[in-house]
Design a protein around this ligand. Structure first.
Ligand SMILES: [Zn+2]
Length: 421
């Protein structure tokens, strides 16, 4: 087993100190990016963020690829499948021949749509701004870029090859960019993803997997007064499904079913012939997916026995659980030790949330996915960023990169990183 350096070699510290006067710049760029609306379905807005990032990374590498991704298929309120076009992805590569290949990823989109009232950044107090995506994850983009600036200036940069992905669709489960993450996983040894850390500064370890589904219930319309007996009520069938599905909660450890949205029916003098239901499933073990699909199938089959009723299930599991491999534990320990050295106390905590770190772990690549900024209330209009976390978090990521590069230059072999499990 190789040292992940327990302590930072002292010769790295002067390079980290290059970051100490970067606060104002990081803050200004974060606010600039946050004030570009980039809701996942606001293609133009996401592409404006991409253009900004092209400028911000022009000095980093010449190898920029702007990559269109497939549109996002969803079932609309009428039960029809429609396609939402998405913004492009930006991939930047450098030194693909270097001994250690690192994947760095941050998403450009937010959960706030183009017409959201939440568009501007305001100060809450001396240390805190409130704004859309300031923490999830525009601040994290600056953490990544500043950490890379330090690596590039250092004498050890040649040890590390970079594959950077700015993706347009993380907040909807990365439907378009997942293939780019999988592709990167065939080329890299580890991943650094710049989702926010927890509000208390800790990092995420294992994560649950997630599936998003839409159930469309088809019945038969009829006059509620004259011919009620000829109708087949789609709402009733759907409600029976929801109740039976909700009863699955608690039957298997770590698996939850959440009915999240119902739409259907119309005038009350008509037996409704259509109703849709969107729901989410979370689970802890990759094998749990089979159990869920079997149970859902049993409920649907039994309701579909009824005359004139048809339930159709769309969607699936978009992210597998992130189970920590040996290498992933080593990597997290390295980050924790470096944090300790830098005076950034951090612990590793499991979470029910998921992100691109799930995708990368599923492809066998150890990664840390909460290297971004410290803040909270993400996905709400209360989202805030502790601006004093910008420089320390950039120091943490820079130190991680430098210590890996430094160890590689000393001839350490990184068995724990390069051994596929
Ligand atoms: Zn995020």
């Amino acid at each position: 087993m190789v040292k992940p350096a327990k302590t930072l070699p002292p010769e790295l510290l002067p390079w980290l100190d290059l970051l100490n006067d970067q606060h104002d710049e990081m803050l200004a760029r974060t606010i600039e990016l946050a004030e570009i609306n980039s809701g996942s379905l606001n293609r133009d807005g996401v592409n404006r963020v991409l253009e900004k990032l092209l400028q911000l990374t022009s000095g980093l590498s010449k190898d920029h690829e702007r990559i269109p991704v497939n549109p996002w298929s969803v079932v609309n309120d009428n039960g029809e499948i429609i396609q939402h076009p998405l913004g492009d992805a930006l991939r930047i590569r450098k030194r693909p021949e270097a001994p250690l290949q690192v994947f760095l990823c941050g998403h450009m989109d937010t959960v706030f749509p183009k017409d959201s009232p939440f568009q501007k950044v305001v100060w809450l107090d001396d240390d805190t701004i409130n704004g859309p995506g300031v923490t999830d994850l525009k601040g994290g983009i600056l953490v990544m870029l500043k950490a890379l600036e330090v690596l590039e200036q250092s004498p050890w940069a040649g040890q590390i090859g970079l594959e950077i992905l700015f993706n347009p669709d993380e907040e909807i489960g990365s439907p378009g960019s997942a293939p780019l993450i999988e592709e990167a996983a065939t080329r890299v040894h580890l991943g650094m993803i710049f989702e926010p850390c927890f509000p208390d500064g800790n990092l995420a370890g294992q994560r649950k997997g997630s599936g998003n589904f839409t159930l469309v219930s088809h019945g038969k319309a009829a006059h509620a007064g004259r011919e009620h007996h000829l109708g087949r009520n789609a709402i009733r069938a759907l409600c029976d499904f929801v109740a039976a599905m909700d009863d699955l909660n608690g039957q298997q450890p770590g698996i939850t079913f959440n009915p999240g949205y119902i739409h259907g029916g119309g005038p009350t003098n008509i037996v409704p012939d259509r109703c849709i239901h969107k729901f989410n499933i979370r689970l802890e073990q990759p094998d749990d997916e089979q159990w869920c699909m079997q149970k859902l199938g049993e409920i649907i089959d039994s309701i579909n026995q009824r005359d004139g009723i048809h339930l159709a299930l769309h969607g699936g599991f978009t992210r597998k659980p992130k189970v920590l491999s040996h290498a992933n534990k080593q990597l997290l320990t390295l980050a924790k030790n470096i944090g300790h050295e830098l005076g950034i106390p951090l612990d590793i905590k499991p979470t029910g949330g998921c992100c691109d770190g799930n995708n990368l772990a599923t492809a066998g690549i150890p990664n840390i996915d909460t290297l971004g900024v410290q803040g909270g209330a993400i996905h709400s209009d209360q989202e805030y960023l502790n601006v004093r976390s910008l420089v320390p978090r950039a120091r943490l990521s820079a130190a991680l990169l430098l210590s890996l590069a430094h160890a590689s230059a000393q001839g350490d072999c990184f068995d724990w990183l390069k051994r596929k499990e």
